[in-house]
Design a protein around this ligand. Structure first.
Ligand SMILES: [Zn+2]
Length: 138
């Protein structure tokens, strides 16, 4: 990926701020329900599993597997014009079925990508304190 400075940056809100703050420290955290233990991502007000509101952020392993992927050919996504074609991937984290995060890969990785391919988090530094959790194949 080239010229990451022109890519969009996250705008943390009250719900997502702990996620982005942890990313700055190169830690991956996910909101977890104190009542039933269910992981919720993206962060939300009520637990998806039991509707409790006692949700806390906890570290996760950063390991998972490709749940789905698609090749992006369009060059109309701001900041990604020069990267196309590239691969959008959805990673299912090891901690829980359907605990999903989105990332992308260079097109050169296409021969290695399949549903179920192992992936792990890394942290992309976009400057000015912006750090994005991304995933790469392992
Ligand atoms: Zn719950």
């Amino acid at each position: 990926m080239n010229d990451i400075s022109k890519k969009p940056t996250p705008v943390p809100d009250d719900l997502s701020r702990p996620f982005w703050a942890a990313a700055q420290e190169r830690r991956l955290v996910v909101q977890r329900c104190a009542g039933c233990g269910y992981y919720n991502h993206p962060p939300r007000v009520f637990c998806d599993a039991c509707l409790a509101q006692d949700l806390r952020f906890e570290p996760v392993s950063g390991r998972g597997a490709v749940y789905s992927f698609t090749v992006m050919h369009q060059r109309d996504v701001a900041g990604f014009e020069q990267d196309a074609p590239f691969i959008n991937i959805v990673v299912e984290l090891a901690e829980q079925p359907r605990l999903l995060m989105v990332s992308n890969l260079p097109i050169a990785e296409r021969p290695k990508v399949s549903i179920g391919t192992a992936a792990e988090v890394y942290f992309e530094d976009r400057g000015d304190g912006v750090v994005i959790p991304q995933f790469r194949l392992v």
